[in-house]
Design a protein around this ligand. Sequence first.
Ligand SMILES: NC(=O)c1ccc[n+]([C@@H]2O[C@H](COP(=O)([O-])OP(=O)(O)OC[C@H]3O[C@@H](n4cnc5c(N)ncnc54)[C@H](OP(=O)(O)O)[C@@H]3O)[C@@H](O)[C@H]2O)c1
Length: 339
Amino acid sequence: MSDLNRQIRLKSRPTGAPTTGSFERVDVPVPAVGDGEVLRRTIYLSLDPYMRGRMSDAPSYAQPVELGEVMCGHTVSQVVASKNPRFREGDIVAGYDGWQTHAVNEGKMLRPINGAQVRISTAIGVLGMPGMTAWFGLKDIGQPKAGETVVVSAASGAVGSVVGQLAKIYGCRAVGVAGSPDKCRFVVDELGFDGCVNYKLEDFRPALAAQCPAGIDVYFDNVGGNVLAETMRILNRGARIPLCGLIAEYNAEFKTPGPNLRPLLTNRALIKGFIVSDHYDRFPEFLQECTPLVASGRLKYREDIVDGLDAAPAAFIGLLEGRNFGKLIVRVSDDPTST
Ligand SMILES: NC(=O)c1ccc[n+]([C@@H]2O[C@H](COP(=O)([O-])OP(=O)(O)OC[C@H]3O[C@@H](n4cnc5c(N)ncnc54)[C@H](OP(=O)(O)O)[C@@H]3O)[C@@H](O)[C@H]2O)c1
């Protein structure tokens, strides 16, 4: 094992889009393991849109990452030394160790994971925070009923891909919105959505209407902006909008004008924001429903894996521009469970 812990820290708070200069790489010694502590090496690091919010000190639902602090993030790791009876050397654990190659502490946030049924990387994707977000937002706020039309934006991504597939499993018509022909083809041909519309094309409005001949009952919003405005035009009476994310606005330097709210009123529609971490008490229920679906191949996932911690800043910048195709993951070190 290397005796250096490589870290990527927040160097400056970006205005607009982050750049590689927003981050700094620092190598520090791997700390000794104290009584009750557990040392692990990071195998996979999840890169997620919410991290853009943590780089800013604007008031939000969570504390920002401080300047000079290691960037936060969900991880899958292997225990390399333990003075904590809960963990043994070699254990694979999911945690929140951030953008670094090693971490040591008492391991209160660690959750043992078992790679027997599914790949261990799923613990930060389809069976981790993004999958739970899709499952909770769709079921609790979307309340989809068989025969209804569910539309989801960022449809090829970590959250959107699960929303559309669960909608199909619940008997709905699933329509995706995504940013390229390749992504749209994947969403229909590989994930089994009924249709997918490229929001970057000029005919987005008629194309969306054509895919939703019976209107929209649930719009699971991952992006905000113009896609939200267009879906609002064809909402059905009693429609539900789980407001999950606003990625189209995360790099914006100025507040974008809000959508026209009239369709919410006339259609008696519901729009409700949610933050998945408020609902982690439901995580076991989510895993119970979705693990067998993933293990059997009924719930599919696509991972976009980049190699090496040093690749994280550029990959994260690309995520905010739609350059990822599937759940964005950094492979920080070898996965001992992959064949
Ligand atoms: N509420 C919560 O608790 C919670 C939890 C997790 C995630 N989220 C939110 O869910 C959304 C999706 O997250 P994810 O992890 O699944 O990411 P993701 O979809 O895997 O990746 C982000 C995707 O967003 C799209 N995008 C990027 N910039 C955009 C822009 N300017 N306009 C429109 N689309 C853009 C891109 O897809 P296209 O190429 O298709 O545009 C990109 O691939 C994000 O808004 C995230 O913040 C919320």
